[in-house]
Design a protein around this ligand. Structure first.
Ligand SMILES: Nc1ncnc2c1ncn2[C@@H]1O[C@H](COP(=O)(O)OP(=O)(O)OP(=O)(O)O)[C@@H](O)[C@H]1O
Length: 355
């Protein structure tokens, strides 16, 4: 497996890009660790597939270099890069048996039959298709076929990386959960370098050690699930991760205080961003306390979703969502207070100050 360096990579699909908006992928400059499990997460059209295809060699970037373990592979073909790929829809040979589908990539590389047999059986167990080994792939259901595709990605241990492009789209919800957990276990056991594209935050947060959040052709944050939750670097990360997402509201700052409408809130550490057009305060619904002291709010809606409630409130002109744990009280004259450890300040959408 390999470390992946993305060295000042940019990509435009049009031949003569002039400004930033002509680039599907704005500048990406990062190192991804050997043996890391990365999820590329973001909304449709943000550039996830473009970035994955640059890593796999299906696209050659307009600018920059791609290195595997320090070796420049930017102009190499997909085959020369020695990677395994699993796509959204099954890529298998219908006329071959399940066993032969998995053995195929190994036979192609001249792996000895005894080794092939060991790897194929191990992979069949992993994807829970051992009893189907001798069946032709043609007769299988869509999710069994996709499991074979996953198996073909996992059967080779000599690859530089395994790339997954929304591989669980056709899998039924329960099996999705099972396969995701299995992929995670496999990663822990064998230390594959994995890059996994998804627009589903649950999928990204349960699979990856590091989640790469993309927005409008840019990587806005790379972090552990905890970092993305606690310290979103960009307001988009705040909105996109979490359910509901972070509350973001315009504020005025002065002398260590933030003013929201007619209310003053003390900041945990004073910040004073220079030259920002828009200053905002972000706080997750989990860090807003509902009680009898603090800023008075009106309750717009209460959504009971089992273990907790989402209480939608209005603070003057501002919508604020709050998570109230099971058994939590909703007072007749509700007030809110912000837990200082959940307060983040943003200047033109980027987080400023603090740890
Ligand atoms: N072959 C292409 N030619 C021109 N523009 C393209 C091409 N492929 C993608 N794009 C554009 O590049 C941008 C990024 O697309 P990309 O497919 O990488 O996003 P994505 O995050 O993977 O989206 P999705 O989740 O919908 O697959 C989009 O604006 C898209 O319209």
């Amino acid at each position: 497996m390999a470390r992946i360096d993305l060295d000042h990579i940019r990509h435009a699909y049009s031949p003569n890009p002039k400004s930033d908006k002509d680039y599907a992928l704005k500048e990406v400059h990062h190192s991804w660790e050997d043996g890391g499990a990365y999820a590329l997460l973001g909304p449709s059209g943000c550039g996830k597939t473009t970035l994955l295809n640059i890593i796999s060699g299906l696209i050659h970037p307009s600018h920059g270099q791609l290195l595997f373990d320090g070796v420049d592979v930017t102009t190499l073909s997909t085959q020369e890069r020695n990677i395994a790929q699993v796509f959204q829809f099954p890529v298998i040979y219908d006329t071959m048996t399940v066993y032969d589908n998995l053995a195929f990539p190994l036979r192609n590389r001249g792996v000895p039959e005894a080794e092939i047999d060991r790897k194929v059986r191990e992979t069949l167990e992993m994807i829970d298709l051992a009893s189907w080994a001798k069946k032709k792939a043609r007769g299988l259901t869509a999710d069994q076929k996709q499991k074979i595709s996953l198996g073909r990605g996992l059967v080779r241990s000599d690859v530089n990386a395994i790339l997954f492009d929304e591989p669980l789209t056709v899998i039924d919800p329960h099996m999705k959960w099972v396969l995701r957990s299995q992929l995670k276990q496999l990663h822990q056991r064998f230390g594959y370098t994995m890059v996994y594209v998804t627009h589903d935050q649950t999928e990204a947060l349960t699979f990856a050690q590091k989640v790469v959040v993309m927005y409008d052709g840019e990587i806005v944050q790379i972090g552990t699930p905890e970092e993305l939750f606690e310290r979103p670097k960009h307001t988009f990360v705040g909105y996109f991760i979490g359910s509901p997402g972070m509350n973001v509201m315009p504020v005025k700052l002065s002398g260590g205080m933030a003013q929201i409408g007619s209310h003053q809130i003390e900041l945990p550490s004073p910040v004073m961003p220079a030259n920002a057009k828009i200053i905002e305060l972000g706080i997750r619904p989990e860090y807003v306390r509902l009680g009898r002291a603090g800023m008075p709010v009106k309750i717009a809606k209460v959504e009971d979703i089992g273990r907790h409630k989402i209480v939608r409130t209005r603070l003057e002109n501002q919508d604020i969502a709050i998570i109230v744990e099971e058994g939590g009280d909703i007072p007749a004259e509700p007030h809110i207070a912000f837990d200082p450890k959940g307060i983040n300040i943003y200047a033109d959408s980027w987080r400023v100050g603090g740890q």
